[in-house]
Design a binder for this molecule. Structure first.
Ligand SMILES: *Cc1c(COP(=O)(O)O)cnc(C)c1O
Length: 436
């Protein structure tokens, strides 16, 4: 688990944070109840109020000038206080401080969706002529943003399969460097997603870092990783060599299927260009959503633990079922390279996995239509169990040969286990399999 990293975003008159007691570093699950918030500044309110305001009053004209020098980059270090709600607000700053705690990061930024976070992150680092190196598969919209939109601005990409070895990574990074040199550009970013969606394929972040450091300047080309599936509890990629972690906070972090938001975290130097572009474009998470996420982060650990315990029990039931061809669950990896990556990078298997039903689309649809407790919906990481059919739903537009290459078959059902009673979920899956 991540250790908190100081300093906090500077806010006026805030009480000093207690993050250690007698040399003991307090854990994120403890810090989620108060970190970054001083009740004295809000009439003693135990919980932060939702600050519905578009702008903030300066103490005096000189302070206003100083803030704008920070915002515009005339003075390094950013704004020293709150200015205008497109830039930031108290709820969002507390959320950013607490997200940093989970990731053991110096700084974090929150956005109106996971895709806003990912798009602004990539745009902040790319110029015409540059090349992005990314793992595959990625979340379809992330892959589409690189291939369809960044390409319009002269940014090219090369991708590699998630399980790539050090030798394969070296080859793809050298190729990207040569491609960039052809047009006078640079390798702008190495962008990873691990586990990948929907296959759960893991990327060896340690090997990616070693390969990057061997060929490229680590101060120029950051390694960013989408940590939505296991983070922030079961995987802390900053410790394995990543520079920037990205999230759809819509999923496990929000955890109740009732909001859409995103975030990134990492060293302040990596966050600054992204903050600057977010200040220009907007795309910051709204105060109400930030407040809901603060509530969600208080229960993050117990929700993710319970969902994972449930998933282990459910997969144990499914793996030997006569109607099941196989289960793609990180808790059931056979010995091999993927298991080795898992052991070095992950502390738990999460609760999202692939279930391969014996048969094809018809059999899978019969299973989905027979479910009584689990809901038929895309998304993941909520309190409730969800099931969907990637080939016919989220990945419908993926060409057939690419689907085959990624292992997205017609008998693949995607499951995200929630925090219900494990026995009830098993009973539901048992009766739905009987209907196949
Ligand atoms: C959902 C998801 C996203 C996109 O997040 P939104 O909050 O829907 O914009 C990105 N990456 C992964 C892995 C996701 O599951």
């Amino acid at each position: 688990m991540a250790d908190p990293v100081k300093p906090l975003t500077p806010r006026r008159h805030r009480k000093p944070e207690v993050t250690t007691i007698g040399g003991r570093e307090l854990k994120p699950s403890t810090l989620m109840m108060g970190y970054g918030y001083d009740p004295v500044l809000s009439e003693g309110s135990l919980k932060p109020p939702i600050f519905l305001t578009s702008t903030f009053v300066f103490e005096n004209a000189e302070a206003g000038k100083r803030h704008f020098e920070g915002i515009t980059g005339k003075r390094p270090g950013g704004a020293e206080g709150l200015v205008y709600s497109r830039f930031n607000g108290p709820n969002q700053e507390i959320l950013e401080d607490r997200l940093s705690v989970w990731d053991g990061a110096e700084d974090a930024l929150v956005f109106s969706s996971g895709m806003t976070a990912i798009c602004i992150l990539m745009m902040a680092y790319c110029e015409a002529g540059d090349v992005i190196v990314h793992s595959g598969p990625l979340y379809a919209a992330s892959e589409g943003f690189v291939a369809k939109w960044l390409s319009k601005f002269g940014v090219r990409y090369v991708d590699f399969p998630a399980g790539a070895t050090r030798e394969e990574l070296d080859a793809v990074i050298v190729k990207a460097k040569d491609m960039a040199a052809e047009r006078g550009g640079k390798v702008a970013m190495i962008y990873l997603e691990s586990p990948g969606n929907p296959t759960n394929a893991l990327v060896d972040v340690e090997a990616v870092k070693a390969a990057r450091d061997a060929t490229l300047d680590p101060a120029v080309t950051p390694i960013a990783i989408d940590n939505t599936f296991l983070g922030p509890l079961w995987q802390s990629p900053l410790r394995n060599g990543a520079d920037i972690v990205a999230y759809s906070l819509t999923k496990y972090a929000g955890g109740h299927s009732d909001l859409v938001a995103g975030g990134i975290s990492g060293a302040k130097a990596w966050m600054d260009p992204v903050r600057s572009l977010r200040n220009t474009m907007g795309g910051i998470c709204d105060p109400n959503t930030a407040w809901m996420l603060l509530r969600s982060l208080e229960t993050l650990e117990i929700r993710m633990q319970r969902a994972t315990e449930n998933a282990i029990k459910v997969c144990d039931f499914l793996k030997d079922h006569p109607k099941v061809e196989g289960v793609g669950f990180l808790g059931l990896l056979p010995d091999g390279r993927q298991k080795d990556i898992y052991d070095r990078h992950c502390t738990g298997p999460g609760s999202t996995f692939s279930l391969f039903i014996k048969g094809g689309e018809a059999e899978s649809f019969r299973f989905l239509d027979a479910l009584k407790v689990a809901k038929l919906a895309v998304s993941l990481g909520g309190t409730e169990t969800l099931a969907s059919h990637p080939a016919a739903m989220t990945h419908l537009s993926v060409p057939d040969d690419r689907k085959a290459q990624l292992g997205i078959t017609d008998n693949l059902v995607r499951i995200s286990i929630g925090i219900e009673d494990a026995g009830d979920i098993i009973a539901d899956f048992d009766q739905a399999l009987a209907a196949v």
